[in-house]
Every structure is written in structure tokens, then in C-alpha cells.
Design a protein around this ligand. Structure first.
Ligand SMILES: C[C@@H]1O/C(=N\OC(=O)Nc2ccccc2)[C@@H](O)[C@H](O)[C@@H]1O
Length: 474
């Protein structure tokens, strides 16, 4: 019987590692999470309030756009160098053709501002190792390309000028660096990887020095064994970077604990300031979020981050993307939509029109997104609730109008709706029909809405019926 149980034990252990460990069975860790619960400082509160962000994947891979020698690469376009349909030297020679003459940081920032993005995460270096800034530590940078000039500084300046914060994406995995390893098997591997660790630290401190207004680092390419084995180094480096930039925001994808656990340490505690596991997926319930901050990074096609000429498969519509945004904010997360500019520095028309349509919706409804959080109400089929942080103001983001036109709302006991109106059209008010204690219907005037809309509920605690005080008989 014991032999039968052994595989179960391991299976059970693996699944538990992804969840916060049950109380009591905590192990002592040196390089696990250094904080439980959310950060409470102003820099993190600012990040938490963003709601909507823009991701930009841009680099040498943007030139081929998922195609090479007339063949189509079926993987993600930014991974084309890993394809056996392309020789590595041919890919690496793309550096001599990188000349984004149509790059216009101000125009990119204006499009992001109109969309309503409050932050942008930009690839400074993806897995191929090509640096969009003139790094001192490698020649595989924009400085060696026909374009020559730093691309990150104009982007940081233009986005900041547009009131948009900047977070720098950095891939630890670097295919261009001969010292990088998938794993460390030999003494030579170990010697090489020590050089690679020094190179990585140098580049990260260089980025923090060159771009002092940036708010965080979005790490990627950290899943391979060689890096997973660097718990102490990565932990110390994270501490050093945080000292260099107080308030710096680093997610859960940067480092592993000394047992190789990533995102959540051996005790199930989140490492880093927010969870970075929600890539192209969104939690369905608040329990999946474990009380952490998190972001969902999302592609418009199924799984294409860098520019992909084919633009094939399911391309998400504006309303689909707005619903993802609403769902993320309703569950205490940020939604970060990816754009893949072309190798010439232009942004494809499909992405620009999505940005504009999202922006048109945000212009009317941004109050239900920015500075909002999980409302703590029972989810309803018609859409999502958000709540303005620090207030009792509830927003109903309606995506699925029921044929009855009746939107059910269950409020906490002793809470009543003092006002209900259409966001952007305060004259369009609703008189809730209370069907039982703390449960009401908001009856729509029409069920023919064709796009998502928001209803504002101003709520108040029901005052206790004041005990009637009887005057003593005179
Ligand atoms: C944002 C994306 O991030 C990546 N990879 O992400 C992950 O590995 N995601 C992941 C893996 C396991 C669990 C959860 C997320 C990259 O390879 C890809 O090119 C893109 O830059």
C-alpha cells in the first residue's frame, strides 16, 4: 500500500508548492520571500492604481516578423532565432539591417496616452540579447546598428512627458552571450556562468543608472536551471537594486528560492512585489490571487509578442480586450496589453485602431478602472464590479446584458444604494428595486446596448433605526 502512495505524495507536494503552504509547516529560508502581504508604500500604491498598461516587444525579431526565406515560423515571432529554419548567424546579422527610421517615441507615447495606459513595459533586451540601449557591456546593441542611437531614452522621456510611467523589461536568458547556460553541468559551465552573472549585474545597474525615472524591472527568461540555481546571487542583486532605487518594483519572475521554487517560495509566499504568472491568462476568482498584487500581460493574437506579419489566428476584438481589462481590475490586477512595432519603428494599423477604440471607451469609463480594486461583492453574470479605493463607490462594468434587463446586485448587509446612474451620463439614473435585504435589481431602460457600459452605485451604510427616545412623562 505504501508503494502505491509514494507517487501520490510527490504529485500532492508539487501541486501544493504553487499554493501558499498550510500554516505550521513552514521551513526556514534565507532566499525566499522577504515580505508577506502587499507592499504598503506610495510607489506600490501608484502601481496598484494604474489599471491599464502597455507592453512593447521590439527588437531585431521585429524585422522578419515571424517569416524567413518565404517560410512562416509557427512559434512566437520574438523566438524566431530559436527556429531550426533560420541560421543563428543569419539572425544575428539582422543587427546590420536594424534602422527604424519610422520610430517616433512621441507618437508611440501619444497613442498609449490616448488608449489610457498609465504605464508601459518596454523590452530593453529580449532573449536574443540585442540591447535597445548602447550598453557598455556588449557590442550586440543598437550602437552597432545603422540606427546607432539609444532607443530607450527617447521612449522613457516621451512616455514620462505624456504622464505614463515606464517599467523596463529585461530577459536574463541571453542567447547572444557565450557565457549564458541553460544549466551548469561542468566546471567550465560554472566558470562561464560566473562571468555571465557579472555581465547581467553590470547591465541591470547600467539600466538603473541611465534611466532614473523608470519605476520597475519586468524580468523574464528566468526559468532555466542555471539561473534557478542562483538563489543567493539573485537575492543579493535584488537587494542591491532596491537600495539603488528606493521604491523599485520587481515582480515574482526574477528569482527562485534556495530550493528552486519560483514565483512562490517553498512556504508558498510570493517573491517580489507582484505576481507575474498571469501571462495570457486571467484569474477567475479572488481566491486565486492570494491577496497579492498581480499583472496580466496579454497579446492581441493568441501568442505573438514581437511583430508578426501574418497576424493570424484569433485576433482579440476591442470589446474582448475591454472585458479582460475589467476582469483584471475587478480582481485587484493590472491589465497590460502588448504591441509589437515593426522593424522600421512603425506600429501596425490594427494595433493603432485597437488603442484608439480602447481609448474612446476609457475616455468615458476610466473612473471605473483607475484607482479601483476588488469590490468584495458576489460576482454576477452581467459583468464585473470594481470599487474606488478608499471609498464606498461601486462600479458595475456591464458586458453581458441579460434579456430581462435586470442586473442583480448583492451588497453587504446594512449597505444601501443611495444613487445609481450611468457613468458619463449622470442624468441617466436608475431606481434600484430592492428584492430582499441587500439584494436589488438595477433595471436597464434598454437591452439593446452594443458596447460595454458602466453604472455607478453610490452606497452608504444603513443607519441603525435610531431608538425612539420617549420623553419621561412629566
Ligand atoms: C512576455 C513573454 O514572456 C515570455 N515567456 O513567458 C513565460 O515564460 N511565461 C510563463 C511561464 C510559466 C508560467 C507562467 C508564465 C517570453 O518567452 C515571451 O517571448 C514574451 O516576452
Amino acid at each position: 500500500l505504501l508503494l502505491l502512495l509514494i507517487p501520490l505524495m510527490f504529485t500532492c507536494q508539487t501541486s501544493l508548492a504553487q499554493q501558499p503552504a498550510a500554516q505550521g509547516d513552514k521551513v526556514s529560508l534565507v532566499h525566499g520571500a522577504h515580505r508577506t502581504g502587499r507592499r504598503t508604500d506610495a510607489a506600490m500604491a501608484r502601481w496598484r492604481a494604474y489599471g491599464l498598461g502597455q507592453f512593447i516587444h521590439w527588437g531585431l525579431y521585429s524585422i522578419p516578423g515571424g517569416e524567413w526565406d518565404g517560410k512562416t515560423y509557427n512559434g512566437a515571432a520574438e523566438w524566431i532565432r530559436s527556429w531550426d529554419g533560420i541560421t543563428k548567424s543569419a539572425y544575428d546579422s539582422l543587427i546590420y539591417h536594424f534602422n527604424p527610421v519610422k520610430f517616433d517615441a512621441t507618437a508611440w507615447a501619444a497613442a498609449a496616452q490616448q488608449m489610457g495606459a498609465k504605464y508601459v513595459t518596454i523590452t530593453t533586451k529580449h532573449h536574443d540579447g540585442f540591447c535597445l540601449w548602447p550598453s557598455k557591456y556588449t557590442s550586440y546593441t543598437v550602437a552597432s546598428s545603422p540606427y546607432k542611437k539609444d532607443l530607450i531614452k527617447p521612449l522613457v522621456d516621451a512616455y514620462n512627458k505624456a504622464g505614463i510611467d515606464v517599467i523596463l523589461y529585461f530577459s536574463i536568458m541571453d542567447w547572444s552571450n557565450p557565457d549564458w547556460r541553460y544549466d551548469i553541468k561542468t566546471k567550465d559551465d560554472s566558470i562561464a556562468f560566473e562571468r555571465f552573472k557579472k555581465f547581467t549585474r553590470n547591465q541591470l545597474l547600467e539600466l538603473l543608472e541611465r534611466y532614473p525615472t523608470t519605476k520597475g524591472l519586468w524580468f523574464d527568461g528566468t526559468w532555466d536551471n542555471a539561473w534557478v540555481k542562483q538563489a543567493a546571487f539573485a537575492d543579493e542583486l535584488e537587494t542591491e537594486m532596491r537600495k539603488m532605487r528606493p521604491g523599485l518594483i520587481i515582480g515574482s519572475r526574477f528569482r527562485a528560492d534556495e530550493n528552486g521554487k519560483r514565483h512562490f517560495d517553498t512556504n508558498g509566499q510570493l517573491m517580489g512585489d507582484y505576481e507575474q504568472g498571469w501571462e495570457r491568462k486571467i484569474p477567475n476568482t479572488i481566491t486565486e490571487v492570494h491577496g497579492n498584487d498581480w499583472d496580466c500581460v496579454m497579446t492581441v493574437p493568441e501568442n505573438q509578442w514581437g511583430y508578426n506579419a501574418a497576424w493570424k489566428g484569433h485576433i482579440k476584438t476591442t470589446d474582448e480586450l475591454l472585458e479582460m481589462l475589467a476582469k483584471c481590475v475587478s480582481l485587484d490586477g493590472n491589465f497590460v496589453l502588448n504591441f509589437g512595432p515593426k522593424g522600421d519603428g512603425s506600429i501596425r494599423k490594427e494595433e493603432l485602431s485597437l488603442a484608439r477604440e480602447i481609448g474612446d471607451w476609457m475616455a468615458v469609463n476610466q473612473e471605473a478602472i483607475y484607482g479601483c480594486e476588488y469590490a468584495g461583492l458576489e460576482p454576477q453574470n452581467w459583468g464585473y464590479f470594481t470599487k474606488k479605493t478608499g471609498t464606498d463607490k461601486i462600479y458595475m462594468l456591464v458586458f453581458n446584458v441579460p434579456v430581462s434587463g435586470a442586473l442583480r446586485v448583492k451588497l453587504p448587509v446594512q449597505t444601501s444604494i443611495s444613487k445609481a446612474y450611468r457613468l458619463g451620463q449622470p442624468a441617466q439614473t436608475f431606481v434600484p428595486e430592492e428584492i430582499q435585504a441587500s439584494e436589488s435589481f438595477i433595471h436597464l431602460k434598454t437591452t439593446s446596448e452594443k458596447h460595454p457600459f458602466v453604472i455607478v452605485l453610490e452606497t452608504a451604510k444603513k443607519t441603525e433605526n435610531p431608538k425612539v427616545k420617549y420623553e419621561k412623562a412629566k
